[in-house]
Design a protein around this ligand. Structure first.
Ligand code: NOJ
Length: 765
């Protein structure tokens, strides 16, 4: 009980009553059951349209059937350890002891299994089928990190709409997406799956993607339930190593990690997935503070929480649960409603109930949450997919949407002497590099199912875009190998051309789950290839493919231009060519800071100030001796083929009362933007704020609004942002969630990156 006492004293010093919370911390050492306060279910959500049927069904269920609803088994072992549980799933479906299956798709396959549950089990409760549809099923869109770079939430929404249609028609009711783990760790492979380092940008994308998957009616044939994951702070893994420890203060939890989940809940997200990491010593799967107190009570979330793959059982390995039964007890009492892959709750639930270590009330609450979604999805009325209507591949229209999306995600990092866009009448173009004619453009989590559809390579795209040019290709080096033997040919090919497009980067398997790198520079011999092309004397541009920020070293400035194309998906080659030849004027911006070197990590724009910020004139300031200060490219950076002028932010009021903000009053910030160049193009107007004096030190700036606008030459527009207490205030260390709006100044900056300069001040009185 020491933990509890320590926490109480600390809280008492801060004057906050925490009796209820303290009890939740006492789990391991306290009485092993609901007597410690953890078994209490959250208050039931207000009754929805299906409540009577949910309760009636619940009333007819045996304990075994209830525990069965809480179980999700894996059809294949593609996405986690332990192999597929196919035979077990079939048996459990027939016995009415299964709620869900993951890693399954296909109208016929899902229908066969669904029939076992609906037609053979006693109560005929349908299964819900879940799949990792992360950025497309057949039509692979750019990776989510790239989508965030579009600074256009419509890109994520369209991906989700296309994905939902393809998935639902193939019997999938539930996408394990959007992933919304904010991270400061480019080494972490899962940075590819999220929206980067900014909580506001991530929140906007999380809501958009949720809307795209779910629409207004989950019964629709082209919608699926979404899953906000991973709750919480998974992106804080120490050293960027996957699944690693996270120790985070309550204030940071709320200000950095929780906002996107709140946005997804507000957008109606049907499910939430717990994360693999510990949160300040308590595994997320056993973390009642997060899963119940915050999610289900404070936010009144009425959906269900699914564990991650074996995440419940793994609490024994963390050293938190004594054994598998204890893990099941901890998870259910903390707020996990459905267990993925491991089977602790279903196996030990009866014994735990008998021993009073879990309660029927909490069990019923979990079952009811799952049944509600099955009713919302219309599964009782229509359990089967229409086998004749299954979408079997990308269509012309979905490919066009994916191409447009990919082109919007690209970020022009440098462009010396306006080398880009290239002229389609260029006589000879060399496409060089290991990714020049590679189909490895889909990125991580594209799924094993997409193999049938060949992505458009950069070479294909360039040939289509410049049909009169003489286009040649040489690989030079492999994506990751040691051999430099091919460089000579690549140089010869480049020499014979008017311009070379050097396509380099990291393959899809180098990012994603469990794919962490300690060195995030170009793998293999690719830097040598670039150096050799630079020596050839032919002007060249670099196209970078990556699932994360890469460090670039000396080669960066040898290239006339560098285009970050991420992992752009099935239409990648066409979209890259669209940007290279100027059919599309790039308007993407970095959703994450690009470091100069790995040693700088974590480096992110919304950091706190030290007491000694870097000052070149003063030795005793915060810096690295062996590295220039600051990032290689800052958050929000991205060039265009035209230029824009962004004015200072204009505030609707210069003073406002804190009390008025607390009661819901808002201010408007207007920013004008003008295209001052010679091409039409897109600009992302970015609004940042800083609270320079606060009771908890605030970031040097943080994004509080953005809008991507398209403008013709000489044209201008004004974008308007409405900001209220949640934008201007911050969360404190109060575990009950207190938003503070303090008196004092708020500085606003408008511009086209996180270095935005134009400034105005609001005074809160
Ligand atoms: C583990 C991953 O962490 C999660 O994101 C995914 O949805 C599940 N496996 C299911 O494949």
């Amino acid at each position: 009980m020491t933990d509890v006492r320590r926490r109480t004293v600390l809280a008492a010093a801060g004057g906050t009553a925490i009796a209820g919370k303290a009890a939740t911390i006492a789990r391991a050492q306290g009485p092993p059951g609901p007597a410690d306060g953890t078994g209490k279910p959250p208050p039931p959500p207000p009754p929805g349209p299906h409540e009577a049927r949910v309760q009636a069904l619940l009333g007819r269920m045996t304990v075994e059937e209830k525990l069965g609803q809480l179980q999700q088994l894996a059809w294949t072992g593609d996405t986690g350890p332990g192999g597929g549980q196919t035979a077990q799933a079939e048996k459990a479906a027939r016995a009415g002891r299964l709620g869900s299956v993951l890693n399954i798709y296909g109208a016929k396959t899902t229908n066969t299994l669904q029939r076992m549950a609906v037609e053979k089990s006693r109560l005929g409760i349908p299964l819900i089928f879940g799949l990792d549809v992360i950025h497309g099923l057949w039509t692979t869109f750019p990776i989510p990190l790239a989508q965030a770079a579009s600074f256009d939430p419509a890109v994520a929404e369209r991906d989700a709409e296309v994905s939902a249609k393809e998935a639902r028609s193939n019997g999938v009711h539930w996408a394990f997406s959007p992933m919304m783990d904010v991270t400061h760790e480019p080494r972490w492979g899962r940075i590819a799956e999220g929206n980067g380092e900014d909580p506001y940008l991530t929140a906007v994308f999380a809501a958009a993607k949720t809307r795209g998957y779910q629409g207004d009616d989950l019964r629709a044939k082209d919608r699926v339930a979404a899953c906000a994951k991973h709750l919480v702070a998974y992106g804080g893994a120490e050293g960027g190593r996957d699944y690693n420890t996270v120790d985070v203060s309550e204030a940071r939890l709320r200000n950095l990690y929780l906002g996107p989940f709140r946005a997804a809940v507000d957008a109606g997200v049907a499910t939430v997935m717990a994360s693999f990491n510990t949160v300040s010593g308590v595994p997320a799967h056993g973390n009642r503070h997060v899963l119940t107190s915050i999610l289900k009570e404070e936010w009144s979330y009425d959906g269900f929480v699914v564990s991650d793959y074996n995440g419940v059982q793994e609490m024994t390995v963390h050293g938190y649960a004594a054994d598998r039964a204890d893990a099941g007890r901890l998870a259910l009492n903390a707020g996990v409603d459905m267990e993925m892959a491991s089977t602790t709750i279903a196996e030990y639930g009866k014994r735990l109930l008998r021993n009073g270590q879990i309660t029927t009330a909490r069990l019923d609450d979990a079952v009811a949450r799952i049944l509600r979604l099955k009713f919302r999805l219309g599964l009782f009325a229509h359990p089967y997919a229409d086998e004749d209507a299954a979408v079997t591949g990308p269509t012309k229209a979905t490919r066009a949407t994916a191409r447009e999306a990919a082109a919007r995600t690209m970020v022009l990092l440098t462009n010396e002497k306006s080398t880009l866009p290239l002229d389609t009448s260029t006589g000879a173009i060399a496409v060089v590099g290991p990714f020049g004619d590679s189909t490895d453009l889909r990125g991580s989590w594209a799924g094993p199912w997409v193999k049938a559809f060949r992505p458009v390579t950069v070479l294909d795209g360039v040939k289509h875009a410049a049909p009169r040019a003489h286009v040649t290709h040489a690989k030079g080096v492999d994506a990751a190998g040691k051999d430099t033997g091919g460089i000579r040919k690549a140089v010869a090919v480049a020499r014979a051309a008017d311009v070379a497009i050097v396509v380099v980067g990291e393959g899809s398997t180098l990012s994603g789950e469990a794919s962490v790198r300690s060195d995030i520079s170009l793998p293999g011999q690719q830097e040598k290839l670039i150096a050799a092309i630079a020596d050839s004397g032919t002007p060249f541009v670099v196209v970078l493919l990556s699932g994360r920020p890469l460090t670039m070293g000396g080669w960066l400035h040898s290239a006339a231009a560098v285009l970050e194309a991420w992992h752009p998906g099935i239409e990648g080659g066409n979209a890259i060519a669209d940007v290279l030849f100027g059919t599309v004027n790039p308007g993407g911006k970095l959703p994450v800071t690009f470091p100069r070197a790995v040693g700088q990590i974590p480096i992110y724009y919304n950091h706190e100030n030290t007491g000694r910020p870097y000052d070149p004139a003063n030795h005793y300031t915060s810096k690295y001796l062996d590295l220039a200060n600051g990032p290689q490219f800052p958050f929000g950076h991205g060039l265009s083929y035209t230029t824009f002028d962004i004015g200072a932010p204009r505030l609707s009021v210069s003073r406002i009362r804190a009390e008025a903000l607390r009661k819901g009053d808002t201010i408007e910030v207007a920013v004008s933007v003008r295209n001052t160049g010679r091409r039409a193009g897109d600009e992302v107007v970015q609004l940042y704020l800083r609270d320079p004096v606060a009771s908890i030190v605030q970031p040097v700036r943080r994004l509080c609004g953005f809008r991507r606008v398209g403008l013709g030459t000489g044209k201008s527009t004004t974008v308007r942002f409405r900001l209220g207490a949640e934008d201007l205030g911050f969360w404190t260390h109060d575990p009950d969630g207190e938003l503070l709006v303090q008196k004092g100044e708020i500085q606003f900056y408008a511009g086209n990156s996180s270095l935005a300069k134009a400034e105005r001040t609001l005074t809160i009185t």
